[in-house]
Design a protein around this ligand. Structure first.
Ligand SMILES: [Zn+2]
Length: 475
């Protein structure tokens, strides 16, 4: 059940009138429903196995009916939906996955095998298709790792109706096929906490749309939510021996990283999400312990009652929405060899700066800005190291969350002042130190929400990358 449905239907009519020709092309190849292909992704650093789980039909296709091919070149994986007869590519999208991170961890390097469920969604084809899954081999190239054939008329396609859930809209601006549909789910909220969930959704959506470029592009978005009451309050925190059967399966300590919040129960959250039109998902977790996560085109998570909840959600959504990379380089992270050799990273906001003249954000660099761009790196590293040492000590002492927050607030004040005083503050350049590498990788600005917890928003390069993704759903 979708409340506030009148404006949606009204604009649906408008869009049919305005995009007649392209909609006809879409209708020739697709039924207008969504097809979801669930699969298992198994392996370690050396072995990678993909196996089909199930194919099912969801509700109306909420994505663009004209921008069917993805040319943004983002993500570690790329899926193509190919017409079996003509071999024409009907639909493609880049994406990242939890598996893609798992295979870079220490246990995977030591040979431990793991299975992670994943899914691909695309418009339901009228005729048999090939699904081709590719993996990035170098910055510009992919190798095929798996393919399967799907006949939509087959009895193996699961066609049970999507459950009728309580879907409500935070705001709507148009037909789902011409808007970015953002679905905000909640995990670890009991039935008695549904009012809190609804207030948290409104509050967190408010923070997201207070940030550019989301603020200026707000009219391109619909925001939806679904109530999912949990038997107990909170989500699993394995390092505190706290376990919950929360409806979406979100947990701290993902990939054994204490504050990394993910759900590996892909089918649980997708079966819930299927009741709403959605292109992107944010999962709010009902917890005050600092934590979150964001994987490109999968979802973002954030702990709603952390003092840093707005930062967590906006930063993690930067990963999940636009494939932005972390610009920081002085923290402990889950990946032990994330970048490997310093080839040009695929993330739009990280560069190896092999050739400054061909820098991917060269057009945003003002004349006279040196590349690489000088900054007070050594003294920043020293100040950052001192904070990291104190954080490690607090963790060792099992200090209360408020103590950690106090340290983060102190850090934020010091770093905002320090980076804001840089000679090239506010300018676009190439500042060394990014993506967990102190040397050899560069970020676009002295400060950015992808670099620090400072309240400075997205740098111009990150902003542009976000706008390009918005265009993929609205044009
Ligand atoms: Zn940035």
């Amino acid at each position: 059940m979708i409340k506030n449905r009148i404006p949606v239907l009204f604009s649906l009519l408008l869009s049919v009138l305005c995009t007649g020709a392209s909609a006809a092309d879409f209708d020739a190849d697709f039924t207008g429903a969504t097809m979801r292909l669930d699969f298992f992704h198994t392996g370690n650093a050396d072995t990678e196995i993909v196996t089909l789980d199930q194919v099912r039909i969801e509700g109306p296709w909420p994505g663009s009916r004209t921008r069917l091919l993805d040319r943004t070149n983002l993500g570690k994986y790329f899926v193509e939906i190919v017409d079996l007869d003509s071999q024409a590519v009907l639909y493609s999208r880049g994406f990242a996955s939890i598996y893609g991170e798992w295979e870079t961890t220490g246990p995977a390097a030591r040979g431990e095998m793991k299975t992670i469920p994943e899914a691909i969604r695309f418009p339901e084809p009228r005729k048999p298709i090939q699904v081709r899954l590719r993996k990035r081999a170098a910055a510009q190239s992919f190798v095929e790792i798996w393919q399967t054939t799907v006949d939509p008329a087959s009895r193996h396609v699961h066609r049970a109706a999507v459950p009728d859930r309580d879907v409500w809209s935070v705001f709507t601006n148009g037909d789902p096929s011409a808007a970015v549909d953002l679905l905000i789910l909640g995990d670890g909220y009991t039935g008695d906490e549904m009012e809190k969930y609804r207030a948290d959704v409104e509050r967190m959506a408010g923070h997201l749309f207070a940030h550019e470029p989301f603020a200026s592009r707000k009219s391109d978005f619909n925001v939806w939510a679904i109530d999912t009451p949990a038997p107990e309050s909170g989500i699993s925190r394995p390092r505190s021996a706290l376990f919950r059967n929360s409806p979406l399966g979100a947990s701290y300590n993902s990939l054994d990283s204490e504050r990394y919040v993910l759900t590996l129960d892909d089918r649980a959250w997708r079966d819930v999400a299927a009741s709403a039109p959605y292109d992107f998902v944010i999962i709010l977790v009902n917890s005050e312990k600092y934590g979150g996560g964001g994987i490109y085109r999968l979802y973002a998570t954030a702990a709603v009652d952390s003092a840093f909840a707005p930062y967590l959600m906006v930063h993690e959504f930067g990963h999940s929405f636009a494939g932005l990379g972390d610009e920081y380089f002085t923290s402990d992270v889950a990946y032990e060899d994330f970048q490997g050799a310093l080839a040009e990273p695929v993330e739009p906001n990280i560069t190896a700066l092999a050739d400054p003249a061909r820098l991917k954000w060269r057009d945003l660099v003002a004349e006279g800005t040196p590349l690489p761009t000088p900054w007070e790196k050594a003294s920043y590293e020293e100040a950052s190291r001192e904070i990291q040492d104190r954080r490690r000590q607090l963790r060792k002492d099992g200090a209360p969350e408020k103590e950690v927050e106090k340290l983060f607030i102190e850090e934020r004040e010091a770093m905002t002042a320090r980076l804001g005083a840089e000679k090239y503050a506010g300018m676009v350049g190439a500042f060394e130190g990014a993506s967990y590498q102190a040397k050899g990788l560069y970020r676009p600005s002295a400060d950015c929400i992808m670099f620090t917890r400072d309240e400075v928003g997205f740098c111009p390069v990150c902003s542009r990358a976000i706008e390009r993704v918005i265009d993929l759903y609205t044009q």
